[in-house]
Design a protein around this ligand. Structure first.
Ligand code: PLP
Length: 376
């Protein structure tokens, strides 16, 4: 009976990462060293981006990306309320206002029509999020941006390995796209992020602003613009280089776990599974999030699963209904009905590349048994 608890996420790490860290430690160059550019080149090559800049987190990358497309004081950024809080917060760092628009009920991404309706004369940029790794409708956002002269920043923090409708890998477009390397992401550097762009001027600005506003040819204490310390250390970049090498197995492994879940949960009454890939778009699998049947108590379900040794969590809560956003902007229930309905019923199930078929079956079976007992 004593089955091991199944965690929500678990990174794939091994001796190669350990050795890479030791090598950097022994080199004596722990930051601003050769691993940073190596990691950037390898990442850019992997996603087919022309340029990439390593930063200290996905959040830091989103902040610098918004600055790079010209977002500043008093501007508005149209974005999704169904995301991790960092995508909206990044606008606030620049005293800009995140303006939410509702999501598409199938893909759970920002709905282009709702986004269009949210554009005002103060809108400066669109910030679509590829939520749960599913590519946002970039063709529609391109058209909207062109119509109003807006910048675009993609939050690709959950989307490594995904493909747009035009079959290019996420991260290949001209506008900035931001990836993240926290331990639950498709690859990890502990903490970290990467900003890809086609634009040399954007890379130059980001590289300077992540490093206190220093130009590449400047001395240590010379600064020609406002900057931050958003650098990623050589230790982290060395881990990232090894992690890139694992994606050839970990990305297909995630897809396999998703397929197993789909098979095991397909016939579960009232349960909504992640949408299948539409057309030629491809999800970069990050999490496996299900929407519980209407009327089922989400938090009670999570507690019942935990009692059976299965970790799960509400994923994601609606940003506009978080206390900080309610108080600061006066948001209320009912503003974004699709987002609110999905957010209230969504839970993330355990999902990681090394999950066995037995573990998937156990999660699926326990969820089905919990749901069968839930009052309808
Ligand atoms: C993980 C994540 C981020 C932020 O990444 P950090 O590296 O933790 O700062 C931003 N947006 C989304 C959608 C994420 O999932």
């Amino acid at each position: 009976m004593a089955s091991e608890p199944i965690p929500l996420a678990r990174p794939v790490l091994g001796e190669a990462e350990e050795q890479a860290v030791i090598d950097v430690l022994r080199s004596g160059q722990l930051s601003l060293g050769p691993r940073v550019a190596e990691f950037e080149r390898a990442f850019a090559e992997m996603v087919g981006a022309r340029r990439a800049s390593a930063v200290s987190s996905g959040t830091a990358g989103l902040h610098l990306a918004l600055r790079a497309v010209g977002v500043g004081d008093g501007d508005e950024v149209v974005t999704s309320p169904f995301s991790f809080v960092a995508s909206a917060n990044a606008a606030l760092f620049e005293r800009a206002r995140p303006v939410f628009a509702d999501i598409d009920p199938l893909t759970l991404n920002l709905d282009p029509h709702a986004a269009a309706a949210a554009v005002t004369e103060r809108t400066r940029a669109l910030l679509p999020v590829h939520i749960f790794g599913y590519p946002a409708d970039m063709e529609a956002f391109d058209a909207l941006a062109a119509r109003h002269g807006l910048g675009i920043v993609e939050d690709a923090c959950e989307a490594l390995g995904g493909r747009y409708q035009d079959m290019r890998d996420i991260g290949q477009r001209e506008n900035p796209a931001v990836f993240a390397f926290y331990a639950n992401k498709q690859m990890t550097t502990g903490e970290g992020g990467m900003l890809t762009t086609g634009d040399a001027a954007v890379k130059e600005r980001v590289d300077s602003e992540r490093n206190q506003g220093r130009a590449p040819d400047m001395d240590w204490l010379d600064h020609d613009r406002l900057g931050f310390n958003y650098r990623l250390s050589d230790i982290a970049c060395a881990i990232g280089l090894v992690q890139i090498g694992r994606l050839g197995t970990t990305i297909p492994a995630r897809r396999r776990v998703a397929d197993l879940y789909r098979e095991a949960l397909d016939a579960t009454e009232g349960l909504t599974l992640p949408c299948e890939d539409q057309g030629r778009a491809q999800r970069g699998w990050f999490v496996f999030v299900v929407q519980l049947p209407h009327g089922v108590e989400r938090d009670e379900t999570i507690r019942a699963l935990a009692a059976r040794g299965i970790q799960s969590k509400p994923y994601l809560p609606a940003i506009h209904l978080m206390s900080f956003y309610r108080e600061r902007f006066g948001h209320r229930e009912g503003e974004f009905p699709v987002c609110e309905d999905v957010a209230a019923r969504s839970i993330a199930l355990p999902f990681f590349p090394e999950m066995s078929e037995g573990q998937v079956d156990r999660v699926a079976g326990e969820l089905q048994s919990v749901l069968a007992r839930a009052p309808a």
